[in-house]
Design a protein around this ligand. Structure first.
Ligand SMILES: Cc1cc2nc3c(=O)[nH]c(=O)nc-3n(C[C@H](O)[C@H](O)[C@H](O)COP(=O)(O)OP(=O)(O)OC[C@H]3O[C@@H](n4cnc5c(N)ncnc54)[C@H](O)[C@@H]3O)c2cc1C
Length: 589
């Protein structure tokens, strides 16, 4: 059932089994997994179906250094579907090493292994519409593929690992009808969670307060609550609720909002290959059902351990678009079109300090001098991106000179000083805004430097060309675009020890019996991988956990121990006889 909180009577109390706050990838997945389970669900979503300025501005806040991190109302969407209304759809599972406690990486180690997540990853892949769960060329393709770079040999990098691409699936659009038709799920739009009321001991949530921008208020009482608000909003809501715990919920050890990670990413160096152009496979391979896959240069786990560095992958990439020396009309066209490209996708086209009218003119000349290839590129882009239901994932232009750059993605160290806090200002609903102080470490840079050096050595040794970059300016180069946008990780980290983590292995806040977190806030380490597939897999796992827990709670022997979170007038027998629909109750103001 879909409802709008703006149409509810003021002061209404909704009672349910599970209250999920946030209808992005995590919240929608949880609700889908609980469909027809006999468990009542209320899914609270701040936004509506479309982009609304007033709702999006609830995401406003401040950043310590804008050069390093985008403002918090960028790279996320406050609407039904969350940031999947904007995402690129790249799906990659975390590697086994990412879950391990690594002696050379302080604060590493998950309470679960990759094996535990494996079945959930398979379901997650289906929900993301990324085809089979097959992330190596051997698993995904029956015939051998042409090598990425013919003649390239390396003991440190593999070229057979894949990333797969979702449509990209907008979870809001794709799953809206299914949720609307569900008898046990009530989606409440324009419903902003703010207040979390705990019992006096601070060990259990009694109810959560919901407000609309039009001034309506209601509350939800549930057995269990899940915050699926994204990696910046989870710490915001936990830190803002200080009635019982003076430093915020789950924050007795000052860990909420700390260890904030994105990814270190960028485009770097010059790879000149002395090979026929046909010997370089640049772009996408099509798997079953037309799913786009891309092969990467992936640093092996053994090399990471040997050198004590983080996880790293790279893809062949066209030369930097902003520099017109590439002489490619299609790339110059993109440069010239940047005012029309959404901020999140145009960011890499901005910020080139050396650009002036001469640069602009040179780009125009590139377009005019390369009309056939530029027109072909435009047509392909329109056909494969705008007309196709499964979108071509990114710009692929094969350089005429066989000179590439490397587009890399690497792991960030969990760093206590990198953090999300609250600033003094409040949004239109009176919620404190976030302040982001994202930091990186020397270890982060060392990972990239070591990986690039290994790659340069292997290219040289293979006798197929050279890879060069300027070590002196590496740090500046890789931070040119700042923290990788849209990946907000680690702010409510998962672990077994409440002294060093915020949630346990079931994603439950330590010390609060019925409050869970779904999403990348729980990641203790960042991997090289984009987060959403793992966010969805963890949400599927959490749904299974909640089902089991509620099933146990409903056993006759457990009824006496029911959480007193639901209104006291609801007796154990009422639970048993309740219909599938969430119960509404008006309370006097
Ligand atoms: C431009 C861009 C490209 C990306 N590309 C990729 C990619 O290729 N691959 C990948 O893996 N990831 C990618 N991502 C990241 C991906 O979008 C996120 O990992 C994913 O959306 C996280 O899902 P989530 O449900 O945890 O959070 P979100 O999608 O942020 O959802 C949170 C939901 O909570 C709601 N909400 C917030 N506050 C409140 C409140 N107080 N009350 C009620 N509801 C609230 C929001 O409206 C939203 O619907 C990209 C992100 C961006 C911005």
């Amino acid at each position: 059932m879909l409802q709008d909180a703006r149409n509810l009577p003021d002061g209404q109390v909704l009672e349910t089994d599970v209250c999920i706050a946030g209808a992005g990838a995590a919240g929608i997945t949880l609700a889908l997994e609980l469909l027809d389970s006999g468990i009542d669900v209320v899914l609270l979503e701040s936004g509506g179906f479309n982009d609304e300025k007033s709702t999006q501005s609830l995401y406003s806040g401040t950043v310590a250094t804008e050069r390093l991190h985008s403002p918090p109302d960028r790279y996320r969407q406050r609407r039904f579907g969350g940031s999947t209304t904007l995402w690129g759809g790249r799906c990659v599972p975390f590697d086994a090493i990412d879950f391990e406690t690594r002696s050379y990486l302080p604060n590493s180690g998950w309470p679960i292994t990759r094996e535990v997540l494996e079945p959930h990853y398979r379901r997650a892949n289906a929900l993301c519409e990324a085809g089979q769960f097959a992330y190596t060329t051997g698993e995904a393709f029956s015939a051998a593929l042409q090598p990425v770079i013919r003649g390239f040999g390396s003991g440190d990098f593999s070229t057979n690992s894949l990333e797969r691409f979702s449509c990209p699936t907008n979870f809001g659009l794709r799953y809206r009808a299914r949720l609307a038709a569900a008898s046990n799920v009530r989606v409440l739009l324009h419903a902003n969670i703010g207040r979390i009321s705990l019992n006096d001991a601070g060990t259990m949530v009694r109810e959560v307060g919901v407000r609309t921008l039009q001034g309506k208020a209601c509350s939800v009482r549930a057995r269990h609550y899940v915050l699926a608000l994204g990696g910046l909003e989870v710490p915001r809501v936990l830190l803002a609720n200080r009635d019982i715990h003076p430093t915020g919920i789950g924050n007795a050890r000052d860990l909420v909002g700390r260890y904030y990670m994105c990814h270190i990413a960028g485009t770097v160096g010059s790879l000149q290959l002395n090979l026929p152009r046909a010997d370089v496979s640049h772009g996408y391979d099509l798997a079953e059902s037309g799913v786009y896959c891309r092969r990467r240069l992936a640093l092996s786990a053994a090399t990471q351990r040997r050198l004590g560095i983080g996880n790293f992958i790279a893809r062949l990439h066209h030369p930097r678009i902003t520099n017109p020396d590439h002489g490619t009309g299609a790339l110059s066209l993109l440069y010239l079109a940047k005012p029309f490209i959404p901020y999140e996708y145009a960011k890499r086209l901005h910020g080139d300090e050396t650009a002036n009218w001469r640069t602009w003119l040179q780009h125009v000349q590139n377009v005019l001098g390369d009309p056939v290839d530029t027109a072909a590129f435009l047509w392909d882009w329109y056909r494969l991106r705008h007309l196709a239901s499964r979108k071509f994932p990114s710009i692929i232009v094969k350089p005429k000179t066989n000179c590439f750059s490397l587009d890399f993605h690497s792991e960030q160290q969990p760093n206590f000083s990198s953090r999300v806090t609250l600033n003094g200002a409040q949004d239109a609903l009176g919620m404190p805004q976030v302040h982001i102080d994202w930091r990186y470490t020397e270890w982060d840079i060392r990972t990239v430097r070591c990986a690039l050096n290994l790659f340069a050595r292997d290219i040289q040794a293979s006798g197929i060309g050279s890879f060069t970059y300027n070590p002196a300016s590496l740090e500046t180069e890789i931070l040119r675009d700042g923290a990788y946008g849209g990946h907000h990780l680690g702010t409510a980290r998962m672990g077994t020890d409440s002294h060093t983590s915020v949630v346990d292995g079931d994603c439950k806040i330590h010390g609060v019996q019925n409050l869970f977190v779904a999403g990348s806030a729980t990641f203790p380490t960042s991997s090289q991988a984009n987060p959403t597939l793992t966010v969805v897999a963890l949400a599927i796992r959490l749904a299974a956990h909640l089902k089991e827990k509620i099933h146990q709670e409903r056993q006759p022997s457990a009824l006496h121990a029911l959480p007193p979170s639901v209104t006291p007038s609801v007796t154990p027998s009422a639970y048993r006889s309740r219909s599938n629909r969430p119960v509404d109750r008006n309370v006097p103001a």
